[in-house]
Design a protein around this ligand. Structure first.
Ligand code: GLY
Ligand code: MN
Ligand code: MN
Length: 412
């Protein structure tokens, strides 16, 4: 049984009797005229099927005497295929998903209706993920409205929290996929940093990083940040169009995405290849905070507690160096959380506020320190697996001590 089938079994076990799940892969969003934004598959659909194909639909039914999974894929359109290439075939879909019942979308509506009227399904689960009131709705939402009108007695439920909870615990295969993304990131980072001394603009570094991703067949996991000097104190600076000067630190927040998984790494280095004493002092405080957070990671701990480790350490160190007098001033220099979950999404499913860590969670550890008055911003970010007895730093091999960064920049 492959991962996708296993996940469907897990979900089925949790579903009440007489229920149905319908999940949509989604389709490309219109950009302008006849151009669409690139298609990005719904991650919950892909998590349960392994299929990365526009317009596909998964239907799972659980009634007393049977459970079934059916996948609907686009009907073959010979004329369109001459323009857009071949659609996925039924056989290929079966092989990847381990779903025996694969058919064309033209059969979806009648199959769906017959489950409601003849099989006794009275509860319909859809993916109704929504982060805020103005989010673009997923395909499940307009479908929910249509179905509610036609079948007012049907109970509609949101499947999102159930799948999201499953997704927070990564299998070995998923961890390997994230590790692969990290190893691509490492190689691209090293190419970029070796070229840093000869680069005059932020976008030149971005080009080196992204060249290597493309060469390996990966894509950026998110809009990369290359921020020299004072630009690095703006957390989401992505313009990357300013000139770099010799005395600046450069903050890079970057990651590769491969096969629907991601990495999310930050490193900060001196443009010149050598940290000044002041830069080194501040950098080592961030590194110390990071090490302190690592030591705290284990099942049972909450992300908020990890952030407290950073704030406590900063209170001590920033007072020692005279940057602050009161704990409350830390927020002038550190204004984001230290961790988020990582997986099929860069800011992955998993509640930052309430969740207690369990083995199998993958989180980032990313303390930062931003001193606007000195045009210095530092962030160091690794990707970490929570294990039964602690943690494993998946991105340990991407250099981050002052000595190793300087050595990489100066000796290649
Ligand atoms: N790259 C976004 C973040 O670090 O959360
Ligand atoms: Mn990041
Ligand atoms: Mn991050």
């Amino acid at each position: 049984m492959n991962e996708f089938k296993l996940r469907r079994e897990q979900l089925l076990a949790e579903l009440p009797l007489n229920s149905m799940v319908v999940l949509f892969a989604g389709k490309g969003v219109k950009r302008s005229a006849d151009a669409d934004y690139p298609f990005a598959v719904n991650h919950n659909f892909a998590y349960l099927t392994g299929i990365d194909e526009p317009e596909a639909v998964l239907m799972i039914v659980k009634i007393r005497h049977r459970t079934t999974a059916t996948l609907f894929i686009r009907d073959i359109d010979l004329a369109l295929q001459k323009w857009n290439g071949k659609y996925i075939s039924i056989d290929e879909t079966k092989k990847i998903s381990e779903i025996d019942s694969v058919t064309y979308l033209s059969a979806f509506e009648s199959t769906f209706v017959s489950q409601l009227t003849r099989a006794g399904v009275n509860r319909l689960y859809l993916d109704l993920e929504r982060l805020n009131l103005t989010d673009r709705p997923l395909a499940g939402e307009p479908f929910a409205k249509k179905i509610k009108e036609a079948y007012p007695a049907l109970t509609l439920e949101n499947i999102y929290p159930m799948i999201a909870t499953m997704r927070t615990v990564k299998s070995d295969v998923e961890v390997e996929k994230i590790e692969n993304c990290i190893s691509v990131t490492k190689s691209a980072f090293e190419r970029m940093v070796r070229n840093a001394r000869n680069s005059n603009f932020e976008y030149e570094l971005q080009a080196e990083f992204e060249y290597e991703l493309k060469r390996i067949g990966a894509a950026p996991a998110f809009e990369m940040i290359v921020a020299g000097g004072g630009r690095s104190t703006v957390l989401h600076y992505v313009e990357n169009n300013d000139a770099l000067s010799e005395d600046e630190l450069v903050l890079c927040d970057m990651g590769a995405s491969v096969a629907l998984y991601n990495s999310d790494i930050s490193r900060t280095f001196p443009k010149s290849g050598k940290f000044t004493d002041r830069q080194k002092l501040l950098y080592n405080i961030v590194l110390e905070a990071m090490e302190a957070v690592f030591e705290k990671i284990k099942p049972g701990v909450m992300l908020k507690e990890l952030n407290d480790v950073v704030v406590n350490l900063y209170e001590k160190r920033l007072k020692e160096i005279g940057l602050i007098k009161e704990r409350s001033e830390i927020s002038n220099y550190y204004y984001h959380g230290v961790s988020h979950f990582l997986g099929m999404d860069v800011h992955d499913v998993g509640q930052i506020e309430n969740m207690v860590l369990v083995a199998g969670n993958v989180i980032t550890v990313e303390p930062g320190l931003y001193v606007e008055a000195e045009s210095i911003g530092i962030r160091i970010e690794d990707d970490v697996l929570v294990t039964e007895d602690g943690y494993r730093n998946l991105s340990e091999s991407i250099v981050k001590t002052v000595e190793k960064i300087e050595a990489l920049m100066n000796n290649g």
